[in-house]
Design a protein around this ligand. Structure first.
Ligand SMILES: *[C@@H]1O[C@H](CO)[C@@H](O)[C@H](O)[C@H]1NC(C)=O
Ligand SMILES: *[C@@H]1O[C@H](CO)[C@@H](O)[C@H](O)[C@H]1NC(C)=O
Ligand SMILES: *[C@@H]1O[C@H](CO)[C@@H](O)[C@H](O)[C@H]1NC(C)=O
Ligand SMILES: *[C@@H]1O[C@H](CO)[C@@H](O)[C@H](O)[C@H]1NC(C)=O
Ligand SMILES: *[C@@H]1O[C@H](CO)[C@@H](O)[C@H](O)[C@H]1NC(C)=O
Ligand SMILES: *[C@@H]1O[C@H](CO)[C@@H](O)[C@H](O)[C@H]1NC(C)=O
Ligand SMILES: *[C@@H]1O[C@H](CO)[C@@H](O)[C@H](O)[C@H]1NC(C)=O
Ligand SMILES: *[C@@H]1O[C@H](CO)[C@@H](O)[C@H](O)[C@H]1NC(C)=O
Ligand SMILES: *[C@@H]1O[C@H](CO)[C@@H](O)[C@H](O)[C@H]1NC(C)=O
Ligand SMILES: *[C@@H]1O[C@H](CO)[C@@H](O)[C@H](O)[C@H]1NC(C)=O
Length: 333
């Protein structure tokens, strides 16, 4: 009973001291912490003033709100991290360390989290669906880890996220993409270098505010859904390189009038290039190299006056390329 009361009172008197103890406990659970000498029990009362990588709440200056450990050369897991004891955390940046193991589902208790970056570590396992409880999240990167399984649909439908980077993992397609809806605020989506196959993720067609979409290095074996050209009209950057896709390119491509960079090299797209390619567009990069395109270089290429880079090699085009292109202001082949 005494022990229980002690635990209760500890919980009630949440304070920077408790948070400092929680962080020291986590630090002590890690294998390697070369740059965290300031995180120590002897320095426990200076959490908000002298601790490296820790920022306290600007108004109260008593509770930890931001932790920035990017590039701190840390090694270890998150299993000693008491998420529930850091309820005021808004930013957690662990990018570019050597963390490994799975993400504990308790991360879902960080209900004020806005920024979460676990990129460039070696986290494994599946992403806990509890990430979907982080309703304030705006920026989420798990880029360049070893996650696998399907991305939980709860994570894809977070209401405030604008930046989502799950590239460079072993994520696979879920049984049904139809269970997924897009977060309406999303503008940046990177799913490159994963194991998505074969169906094109249909939820992306509902991400009407996307400006950046990178799906390169996956295994979609079909054609580009026609709805992409009408639903994603804000796209500026589209990368479908190395996706094992096929079929002809639709003339509706030119509806993507905001497109600046279009990379679709190293697939098996075929047919002729759309005769209206570039009309009404401001493309600076066009890469369709290493596909099965054929036909004469279309004169429409003369409309691509804003191009700085074009890759047409590795296809079955015929005709004179310099004649087709005309004189470009600033073109590199
Ligand atoms: C926060 O409090 C510490 C002492 O606990 C003080 O040294 C520091 O200057 C304060 N910072 C701000 C921004 O008020
Ligand atoms: C979180 O912030 C609130 C409001 O500033 C404060 O009352 C509470 O004690 C803080 N929690 C912890 C664990 O410091
Ligand atoms: C991936 O992460 C490792 C560290 O875990 C880093 O060395 C490497 O540069 C990262 N690669 C990319 C492409 O960011
Ligand atoms: C990441 O972890 C997996 C599984 O533990 C391991 O097989 C792989 O070698 C690790 N990769 C790196 C870059 O450490
Ligand atoms: C989509 O973008 C428009 C304009 O940029 C913005 O007004 C709108 O609020 C955005 N939608 C959401 C759900 O964020
Ligand atoms: C795509 O792959 C799936 C299975 O991996 C196969 O059933 C389907 O026929 C393929 N479609 C095309 C167009 O190759
Ligand atoms: C895909 O293309 C985009 C836009 O051109 C670019 O920023 C990105 O780095 C490319 N992705 C890869 C994996 O090269
Ligand atoms: C282009 O889009 C329109 C609808 O916006 C559709 O009717 C037409 O079939 C599409 N063109 C092709 C080649 O699919
Ligand atoms: C052409 O694309 C295929 C499929 O992605 C790839 O395996 C091959 O290496 C590429 N060839 C060249 C010359 O880039
Ligand atoms: C690419 O597509 C063409 C027809 O469009 C087909 O004949 C060829 O077999 C395909 N190549 C590969 C590697 O799938």
């Amino acid at each position: 009973m005494l022990v229980l009361m002690f635990l209760l009172s500890r919980k009630i008197t949440a304070s920077p001291t408790t948070e400092a103890e929680v962080l020291v406990k986590w630090k002590n659970s890690l294998l390697y912490t070369p740059f965290l000498n300031s995180w120590s029990l002897s320095n426990i009362h200076n959490l908000c003033s002298t601790w490296d990588a820790v920022v306290c709440d600007k108004t109260t200056n008593t509770t930890v709100s931001e932790i920035y450990l990017s590039g701190f050369d840390l090694s270890g897991t998150l299993h000693g991290f008491d998420f529930a004891s850091l309820p005021n955390l808004t930013h957690l940046d662990l990018n570019d360390n050597s963390f490994y193991g799975s993400i504990p589902p308790q991360i879902g208790s960080l209900s004020k989290l806005i920024f979460l970056d676990f990129g460039s570590n070696n986290f494994t396992g599946t992403v806990p669906y509890e990430i979907g409880h982080l309703r304030e999240l705006e920026y989420l990167s798990f880029n360049n880890n070893s996650f696998n399984g399907a991305i939980p649909h709860q994570v894809i439908s977070l209401p405030k996220v604008w930046y989502l980077d799950f590239g460079g993992n072993y994520f696979a397609s879920p049984p049904h993409w139809s269970d997924y809806s897009c977060m309406p605020s999303l503008t940046y989506l990177d799913l490159s270098f994963n194991s998505f196959t074969p169906e094109f993720p249909s939820f992306i067609m509902k991400c009407h505010n996307l400006t950046f979409l990178d799906l390169s290095f996956n295994y979609f074996n079909g054609t580009i859904p026609e709805s992409l050209y009408t639903n994603l009209v804000k796209l500026q950057f589209l990368n479908l390189s190395y996706c094992e896709m096929e079929g002809p390119l639709s003339s509706n491509l030119s509806k993507l009038s905001n497109l600046k960079e279009l990379r679709m090299g190293n697939n098996n797209f075929s047919g002729v290039l759309p005769p209206n390619l570039c009309s009404g567009m401001m493309l600076s990069i066009l890469a369709v190299n290493n596909n099965s395109f054929s036909g004469i270089f279309p004169n429409s290429l003369r409309n691509c006056l804003t191009l700085t880079t074009i890759r047409l090699d590795g296809n079955h085009f015929s005709g004179n390329i310099t004649e087709a292109l005309g004189v470009y202001p600033s073109l590199a082949y």
